[in-house]
Design a protein around this ligand. Structure first.
Ligand code: HAM
Length: 424
């Protein structure tokens, strides 16, 4: 048997219902925040991710799905959404719009060649936002508020917001020097990857999973002590706006993030509940004031975040939050014999086109097993169609919960259903 690729999963049954529910909710939520939906290709020129996500990030050095297409172009399946949205922002000249800032949201599959484990897949779905055209810390706070409010709306209780600042270029350069000074004498004690990071991007040493428990890490200089006045003010303002929205957070200097593009605010929202597992970061993001220009666009600040749908569903299951309704359809139509098929298919079609969910028998069941099937489907009403009904156009409609029976003229069926069933 051919099996699904490692690190992927199929969606069906209740999981599918959960996904659809969450997708609907995201759309409603993003309308409230006045964000615009964008969709970019699942594959892009490899160079975009090298320039965008960063040459020193694990994602680009170890985890991309790269391929050469039939036209000899180097392509990569997107490992995250930001770089593609930035490319689209530039290519479609959104920076020239009268309405600024440009606030966008997206949803779709991402691909990373990671070691699969619980909460970590090779194909996973992200919902994210990217906002362009303002440095205002109000926007950082708004972006942080989106996953928090989304999780709260769903009823999640055990979430923790960690924030940190990586400052502007000047602050980070000072910090980089301090890190180099600090780590130089310990270089031989660090893992091979960190030795590389020491030369290319020493900040990323702090993010190393291998060296995480090494005491050298504990005493390393902290970014927060190297922020210049502008960066400090930005970070203080973000905190004050979060407080104004009553969003609880913790300033956590260990948050440096695994992508190279961040400046100023970075944040992670985690499931802070015992036993959740190691992949407990539900969503994460931050500000990236130099990314648009580094991909070839005009100097434009940006800020955004993304969250994983799979980890969210695990968190909901973990907190025993049920987001799906029991199975039910409005009407189940039973033909007494194949003679009534034409009549029934027309009836089913009419019922559906008037906004009710409706199903029928495709397996030529007898009446008893059709009743059973209507129970399985949770039908609110049953309509039995025999010779008399097709001749007179008077239908026998049974309310499955009260067991009451009604004789309804076919022409009045929709009004009858309207008066008894709520529908959209
Ligand atoms: P990220 O931290 O790499 O950030 O991913 C964001 C979220 O995607 C994670 O918190 C997690 O929920 C989910 N995720 C990441 N990798 C996997 C995986 N292998 N399996 C399952 N879920 C996963 C970014 O991707 C940035 N683009 C976020 C951002 C947007 N920053 C600014 N704008």
């Amino acid at each position: 048997m051919i099996q699904k690729p490692k690190g992927t999963y199929d969606v069906y049954g209740d999981y599918g219902k959960k996904i659809l529910y969450l997708e609907d909710l995201l759309q409603v939520l993003m309308e409230k925040y006045n964000y615009e939906f964008v969709r970019t290709p699942i594959f892009e020129a490899s160079e975009l991710f090298h320039r965008g996500v960063g040459e020193t990030s694990d994602i680009v050095t170890k985890e991309t799905y790269d391929f050469i297409d039939r036209g000899e172009r180097n392509m990569t399946l997107r490992p995250e959404g930001t770089a593609g949205v930035v490319r689209s922002f530039i290519e479609n000249k959104m920076y020239g719009r009268a309405e600024q800032p440009v606030k966008t949201w997206y949803y779709g599959p991402m691909y990373r060649y990671e070691r699969p484990q619980s909460g970590r897949f090779r194909e996973f779905y992200q919902f994210g936002v990217e906002v362009f055209g303002t440095e205002n810390p109000l926007m950082d706070a708004e972006v942080i508020s989106i996953p928090v409010r989304f999780y709260q709306l769903l009823g999640l209780k055990n979430i923790k917001v960690n924030i940190n600042s990586l400052g502007d270029s000047e602050s980070r350069e000072n910090y980089r020097k301090a890190l180099v000074e600090y780590f130089k004498p310990y270089l031989n004690e660090l893992c091979e990857d960190c030795k590389n990071r020491f030369y290319k991007n020493p900040l990323r040493i702090l993010d190393c999973k291998v060296d995480a428990k090494n005491p050298i890490m504990e005493n390393a200089p902290k970014m927060i002590d190297y922020l210049n006045d502008v960066s400090k003010k930005h970070f203080e303002d973000v905190q004050s706006y979060l407080k104004a929205m009553n969003i609880e957070f913790v300033v956590n200097p260990k948050i440096v993030r695994g992508l190279d593009y961040y400046t100023h605010t970075v944040f992670e929202v985690e499931a802070s509940v015992e036993g959740f597992g190691s992949q407990n970061v539900l969503g994460a993001g931050g500000r990236y004031n130099n990314l648009v220009s580094s991909i070839g666009g005009p100097d434009t600040p940006g800020v955004g975040f993304a969250l994983g749908l799979e980890r969210l569903i695990t968190a909901l299951d973990f907190e025993k939050i049920n987001i799906i309704e029991d199975n039910h359809i409005d009407v189940y139509v039973i033909p007494m014999s194949e003679q009534e098929n034409n009549y029934c298919i027309n009836l089913v079609d009419t019922i559906r086109m008037n906004g009710f969910s409706c199903d029928t028998d495709y397996l030529t069941r007898n009446l008893k097993s059709n009743f059973k099937q209507s129970e399985r489907l949770g039908a609110k009403f049953i309509i039995i169609v025999g010779e008399v009904e097709t001749n007179t156009n008077v239908l026998t409609v049974k309310d499955n919960s009260t067991k009451e029976e009604f004789k309804i003229d076919k022409g009045e069926l929709v009004d009858f259903l309207d008066s008894r069933i709520e529908h959209e």
